[in-house]
Design a protein around this ligand. Structure first.
Ligand SMILES: Cc1cc2nc3c(=O)[nH]c(=O)nc-3n(C[C@H](O)[C@H](O)[C@H](O)COP(=O)(O)OP(=O)(O)OC[C@H]3O[C@@H](n4cnc5c(N)ncnc54)[C@H](O)[C@@H]3O)c2cc1C
Length: 250
């Protein structure tokens, strides 16, 4: 522990020597944790908010769909927390690669882990890794401008496509379907990178199938997201009426 005297007794935290806490991961969980630590007045705390990326906000920046500016506006709230003088954002530090946990612990009194879930889940089916088959994380990382996005792979998959199957019936599935169905004019006001706008503007997608293993009663997307599909400029939403006949179990 830093500043521990020879007899091993840590000094009581004070305004001059606050408790130093490292929060690993500057997504919303990390920023809210930092805020809670800085706001309480039981013990003086200074927070180092560490992220492997050069920018904060995690999946608020690299997950929430760019055509949902209201959702992304939560960044303004999170930004205010980062202006607190007790909170320091330390970007470009990958804990576990650039600094070990043991090293980090020698510099701080406590570590809070809020590093999210960065890997996609595999279906474990044949052909899953063939060209043209992408995990939503790959596509979303690309269209939100994540520095780790595999541009070549995603752009090769999107070249000359006419029909797309989106596997899954949650909000991320509808984000993906909606982004692929939008016109260049609808996407233009978003903060998507220009190379993404260029590629999406050039795709000739004519048919998008959102594929679920069970019926609409089990779908996990929210009504608001579903309803939004109906407002797309060049898309017509087709629903098989037979799918809406629910059995007593549904
Ligand atoms: C495609 C998609 C769309 C979404 N849309 C919505 C939506 O519309 N509305 C909504 O409310 N929620 C949405 N979510 C969910 C929301 O984004 C997450 O619930 C939220 O971001 C989780 O916050 P978090 O802080 O736990 O993790 P994250 O936001 O993932 O933040 C974790 C941070 O930790 C960092 N990190 C990871 N490993 C390390 C390391 N070793 N060292 C340092 N830093 C590290 C990462 O770079 C990242 O910045 C969406 C998620 C996805 C994937």
């Amino acid at each position: 522990m830093p500043g521990v005297p020879a007899d091993g007794t840590p000094p009581a935290p004070s305004a001059e020597r606050p408790l130093r806490v490292a929060v690993v991961g500057a997504g919303p969980a990390g920023i809210y944790a930092a805020e809670a630590l800085a706001r309480q007045d039981a013990v003086p705390v200074a927070v180092d908010l560490i992220d492997r990326l050069p920018t904060p906000f995690g999946l608020v920046r690299h997950g929430i769909a760019p055509d949902h500016p209201k959702m992304r506006a939560i960044r303004d709230t999170l930004h205010r927390t980062l202006e607190d003088p007790l909170i320091r954002f330390v970007g470009n530090v990958d804990v576990g690669r650039d600094i070990t946990l043991d090293e980090l612990r020698t510099h701080v009194d406590a570590v809070v882990y809020t590093y999210g879930a960065s890997l996609d889940r595999h279906l474990g089916i044949d052909g899953e890794d063939l060209p043209g088959s992408l995990a939503a994380t790959d596509l979303v990382a690309w269209y939100t401008g994540h520095p780790d996005a595999d541009r070549a792979r995603v752009e090769a998959a999107l070249a000359d496509i006419r029909s797309v199957v989106v596997v899954g019936v949650g909000n991320v599935a509808l984000d993906v379907a909606r982004v692929l169905a939008r016109t260049p004019e609808e996407l233009e006001p978003t903060d998507m990178p220009q190379h993404v706008l260029d590629v999406l503007g050039a795709t000739g997608v004519e048919e998008i199938t959102v594929l679920g293993r069970r019926g609409p009663a089990q779908a996990t997307f929210t009504t608001q997201e579903l309803r939004e599909l109906d407002g797309l400029e060049r898309a017509t939403v087709l629903v098989d009426p037979a799918d809406l006949e629910l059995d007593p179990a549904a």
